[in-house]
Design a protein around this ligand. Structure first.
Ligand code: FUB
Length: 466
């Protein structure tokens, strides 16, 4: 088994490392090699948990002994907190600190890890626990959660992903060598709650599952290595994804969300942070990098209106800074409207996008065609926000939706809507900003009046805390 995985990686080690400028934003850290990233948002911080590749230059296998934590408050600049767990965290473990993921519950943080547990077989899944996203972490169980002795376990028990649903039920997925597995976890997060099952529908699954939920739909991204639209050689891997209406599946395969990367292995995670979706993955792009000297990168992930994911564009620049909650309170508002076209999406208005033009359809779009006259868009917050500035990027599809004739801004006084001074500009291809004396309100409303015979649309509507 081991020879198969390593052989695949070895076959293409030569020549794939491409040195990138040290100032590049991707990879997000170049002082050490990092791999198998798993993102987690806590408060205003995105954490990335990653293994460390310690293989010497030219070494043809993994040397991995610790897991590090990186963090960011804008998804663009990163802090390396160093190793927060290592193979010594688990007394029963001898080597191979492979892919891991952290899941919070009841104020604790459970770190699920792939490890060589010195028992029968090769890899196991362990779990450590800490009181904060940065630990300190200690073994939560004193032995493997999953091993080769676990009935119906995977051919290679690595790459855990844990997802907790809205009802509090947690699910563990894992596996490699085309053997995806799933089980429920008990509320203590360190014991299985029922049998290990083989999930259905994860087409071409190879390894590295990562599960999340968006708009009531469950998503599983995972590494595949087929040459049928995934990779040019099965030594490499892409990220395919599937969706399901139930956390245990069955899953429906949806396509490729991340193409081949420059390392043979491909391991990724998805997270929403300050209203924007991100994919965190690894490649071999750091100076001196390679298949066993990998590095973590972050790029934007965009959803289509029907919930499918667009293929991630791998960039050197990385995503633009997104300080989110430090300014744009729209990201935490609930949006409502007098009308949205069924094929467009109200979520577009506060998903944190930065449009490139008024015709930009690369992110979600709000439009109210064929409605005419005055339509409203509103933000609601559960408690009052102090706001003194707002900005709108208008949508113009050069068909039924055009820039508006005018737009009036109102806020909720607690008993009625009141006008805020000034009229919005209606310029294309830019944020139209309006400032006003600070109001403390739970609702902000745009009354958008269309040009005769036309409808209106919005790509992004921001509101800033005073
Ligand atoms: O980093 C070691 C292994 O390589 C991971 O567990 C797999 O997902 C692959 O990335």
């Amino acid at each position: 088994m081991r020879a198969t995985l390593l052989g695949a990686a070895i076959a293409l080690v030569a020549g794939v490392a491409v040195a990138m400028p040290a100032s590049a934003a991707n990879p997000i850290i170049t002082s050490v090699y990092t791999a198998d990233p798993a993102p987690l948002v806590v408060g205003n911080t995105m954490y990335v948990y990653a293994g460390r590749d310690e293989a010497a230059s030219g070494q043809q296998n993994f040397l991995m002994r610790e897991w590090r934590v990186l963090s960011s408050t804008d998804a663009a600049s990163w802090t390396d907190h160093g190793a927060k767990a290592n193979i010594g965290t688990f007394r029963w473990v001898g080597a191979d600190a492979w892919a891991s993921e952290v899941e919070p519950r009841n104020g604790k943080y459970y770190w699920y890890t792939s490890v060589n547990g010195n028992g029968p077989g090769w890899m196991d899944i362990g779990v450590a626990v800490g009181d904060s996203p940065l630990g300190p972490f200690a073994d939560a169980k004193g032995g493997p959660l999953i091993s080769d002795s676990t009935p119906n376990s995977s051919g290679l028990n690595i790459d855990p992903t844990v997802f907790t649903d809205d009802d509090g039920q947690a699910y563990l997925y894992w596996g490699s060598y085309w053997g995806a597995r799933a089980a429920k976890l008990k509320p203590n997060m360190i014991e299985l709650d029922g049998p290990v099952v083989t999930p259905q529908g994860l087409a071409n699954f190879w390894e590295a599952p990562f599960m999340f939920k968006r708009n009531g739909l469950y998503y599983m991204i995972y590494a595949a290595n087929d040459t049928n639209g995934c990779v040019t050689s099965s030594s490499y891997a892409c990220q395919r994804y599937a969706t399901a209406t139930s956390p245990m599946g069955p899953w429906t395969h949806r396509g490729v969300v991340l193409g081949q990367v420059s390392s043979t292995t491909n391991h990724a995670g998805v997270v929403q942070f300050n209203g924007q979706w991100y994919m965190v993955y690894h490649n071999a792009q750091a100076p001196g990098g390679g298949n066993f000297r990998r590095s973590v990168a972050v790029d934007l992930l965009h959803f289509n209106a029907d919930g499918t994911m667009q293929r991630v564009v791998q960039t050197v620049a990385g995503p633009p800074p997104n300080p989110g909650g430090s300014g744009n309170v729209a990201l935490t508002a609930t949006a409502s409207t007098s009308y949205v076209s069924p094929w467009e999406n109200l979520a577009a208005v506060n998903n944190g996008a930065t449009p490139t033009s008024s015709a930009d359809r690369s992110n979600l779009v709000y439009g109210n065609w064929p409605e005419q006259g005055t339509q409203w868009l509103e933000y609601t917050w559960p408690s009052a926000r102090s706001i003194n500035r707002t900005a709108v990027y208008w949508f113009d599809d050069d068909q039924g939706i055009d820039l508006p004739a005018s737009c009036r801004l109102q806020y909720w006084t607690g008993s009625a809507y009141a006008d805020l001074p000034g009229q919005f500009a209606t310029a294309a291809n830019t944020f139209n900003t309006i400032t006003f004396p600070t109001v403390s309100t739970t609702r902000l409303r745009l009354n958008i009046t269309a040009k005769t015979g036309l409808s209106t649309g919005v790509l992004e509507w921001q509101a800033f805390a005073a």
